[in-house]
Design a binder for this molecule. Structure first.
Ligand SMILES: Nc1ncnc2c1ncn2[C@@H]1O[C@H](COP(=O)(O)OP(=O)(O)OP(=O)(O)O)[C@@H](O)[C@H]1O
Ligand SMILES: CCCCCCCCCCCCC/C=C/[C@@H](O)[C@H](CO)NC(C)=O
Ligand SMILES: [Ca+2]
Length: 543
């Protein structure tokens, strides 16, 4: 048996047929690769091809005649034995597809040896899920959730030998409530088929369940929450699908299903939102007051329009140009080195997020699960704002491929607080348009951005309300009519948009919990054509 670099022996080396030619095929378990090359000298660059074992989806014995291609005439005389390897093929724009290759030989024991060895190696991929709980929202987005799951996802899960318990939700909060009742510990993960709202439900169910089982009171804004190690997979079938897009790089059901199958793991920051020591919600994407809150409030009445509702309400809200007065107090995130103005974005294996992971592990070692709230300084900002956005991740989505804060990190324990002060409609439009092109959306005198670990917000109206409700409303309403005929400032509060759900209170207290949960994802991969992708495309040229 030929030795590999370093004198290692591969697990298996055989001469196998692939297409019309015979190849030297190697199963190198140390490097984690299934590789094949043309044995005829000289070996030309580009003829060394491989698939990482971690990206093989399944292996199965194949009835060769059914798949028979135009192979040499002499082979037609003998009975051929074959096996098919299904693997991840990386296409453009972070899209993944399931591709396959059929290897053949005349020797049945060799064929069986290959099938067995590959299956053993797949069995050893311990991060892969075997049993999943799936929730499908049949009414999310364009109401395609059930069809998408049945046609595109279920066949892949079954090919990868993943068993599933599927729940088609019958009402809002069905998935969340169900997660408090079922034995979640028997599953390797929970999958939601829907949009950001559906993900939010599943996340609330899982995090809430973990806290309940650990005796943690979610109403305590300072409580150290217990990390949730049951991963969530998102099959995008919603209107914005921002969480899927920001963690995978594309909103595509097949790509997401393949990330689940290969057992990817991406930790995620979660912000808790409280009002007066009462827990309101968790957020992983956008907490938006003013512009995004008003869009959401208006669009909720137009759910029948589907994803178009956001364009309609967005246009209406833009024209209304309301601003809101309030005070924000925040603690800067000093533990992380990044800044919202960085040119680099969070990508697979991000070193800033890795550093936060280490810090978190050290913190847990030092003080068990007790969280030491640092007596760090609070900064206070008062003003009139068109939008207050706090994002724990970039919030990239098909409408804005770089997101609301392009340099925000998925798992660094911080959120980016973006304050858009009162400005002209034209300037606000310029700001919005920069979400869709390469220009810096923070490079405006009326936009400030801070990386924070917690913040509080109080609207001017609720500050006033605390003194004397009716007097102030009357006084302010008079002022409003006399001083602002253009009707741009608002005597009522806006609403918080929390990952696509409205909050009942305007005064909130927010804290980022570093890596509180995990997704079946790996962050956005760098956009270079990597070695594996190169090899795979060259396979197709060669066959
Ligand atoms: N069977 C159901 N009937 C009505 N509402 C449901 C049902 N199942 C789930 N929901 C609710 O529907 C809401 C919206 O769903 P989802 O997030 O899937 O779609 P979307 O709002 O169109 O997309 P996005 O959140 O990406 O904008 C969720 O908050 C969820 O609570
Ligand atoms: C005139 C051009 C204007 C273009 C403006 C583009 C800006 C788009 C930015 C969208 C960011 C969406 C952030 C995600 C929020 C989700 O949590 C939420 C629920 O799905 N979606 C919305 C729309 O609130
Ligand atoms: Ca973050």
């Amino acid at each position: 048996m030929e030795r590999l670099p370093g004198g290692r022996r591969p697990r298996l080396v055989s001469s196998l047929g692939l297409g019309r030619r015979s190849w030297e095929v190697t199963l190198d378990d140390e490097r984690g690769r299934l590789a094949w090359r043309d044995p005829r000298p000289p070996r030309r660059a580009g003829e060394n091809c491989f698939v990482p074992i971690s990206e093989i989806i399944a292996v199965e014995e194949t009835e060769f005649n059914k798949k028979q291609r135009n192979i040499g005439r002499w082979h037609k005389m003998a009975k051929l034995h074959a096996f098919t390897v299904y693997y991840v093929k990386k296409a453009r724009n972070h899209r993944w597809r399931c591709s396959d290759m059929t290897f053949w030989c005349v020797d049945e024991p060799i064929c069986n040896q290959w099938i067995q060895a590959l299956k053993e190696l797949l069995e050893m991929q311990k991060s892969r899920p075997k049993h999943l709980l799936v929730y499908i929202n049949p009414y999310g987005g364009k109401r395609q959730g059930k069809r998408i799951y049945e046609q595109k996802v279920a066949p892949l899960f079954s090919m990868a030998s993943i068993s599933t318990d599927v729940v088609i939700t019958e009402h809002a909060n069905h998935a969340k409530d169900n997660l408090f009742e079922v034995n979640i510990y028997k599953y390797d993960g929970v999958v939601c088929v829907g949009g950001d709202g559906m993900f939010s439900e599943v996340m609330h169910g899982l995090i809430g369940r973990m806290q309940k089982d650990s005796g943690i009171d979610q109403n305590n804004p300072k409580a150290s929450l217990v990390q949730c190690n049951i991963r969530i997979g998102i099959i995008p079938a919603g209107s914005t699908d921002c969480i899927c897009y920001s963690t995978v790089g594309i909103s595509d059901p097949v790509t997401s299903a393949l990330h689940i199958i290969v057992g990817d793991c991406q930790p995620l920051d979660v912000s808790s939102v409280h009002h007066n020591n009462t827990f309101l919600k968790y957020s992983v994407s956008l907490l938006g007051y003013g512009f995004y809150g008003d869009i959401l409030k208006d669009s909720e009445k137009k759910r029948w329009m589907g994803p178009m509702r956001y364009d309609y309400s967005g246009f209406k809200t833009f024209l209304s140009h309301h601003y809101y007065e309030g005070t924000i107090a925040y603690q800067p995130a000093k533990h992380t080195h990044g800044s919202p103005r960085d040119k680099e974005s969070c990508r697979t294996g991000c070193y800033i997020c890795k550093k936060s992971e280490k810090q978190l592990a050290e913190q847990h070692k030092e003080c068990g699960l007790k969280h030491e709230e640092g007596e760090e300084e609070w900064k206070v900002v008062k003003g009139k704002f068109l939008a207050i956005n706090a994002v724990s991740m970039s919030c990239a989505c098909p409408r804005s491929p770089k997101g609301l804060s392009p340099a925000a990190h998925l798992a660094d324990g911080s959120a980016d607080l973006i304050l858009v002060r009162k400005c002209s409609r034209f300037d606000f439009l310029r700001y919005l348009v920069r979400h869709t092109n390469q220009d810096d959306q923070f490079d405006f005198p009326f936009v400030d951005v801070y990386r924070v670990k917690c913040f509080q917000f109080t609207s001017k109206l609720s500050e006033d309300n605390e003194s004397n409700v009716m007097d102030i409303v009357k006084k302010r309403f008079g002022q409003f009519c006399r001083d602002h005929p253009a009707c741009c400032c608002n005597i009522v509060n806006s609403t918080w948009n929390c990952d696509g759900e409205t909050l009942d209170s305007s005064a909130i207290e927010v804290r980022v919990h570093c890596q509180l949960m995990k997704l079946f994802a790996r962050g956005i991969e760098e956009n270079c054509k990597d070695e594996a992708a190169y090899s795979q495309s060259s396979v197709e040229q060669l066959l």
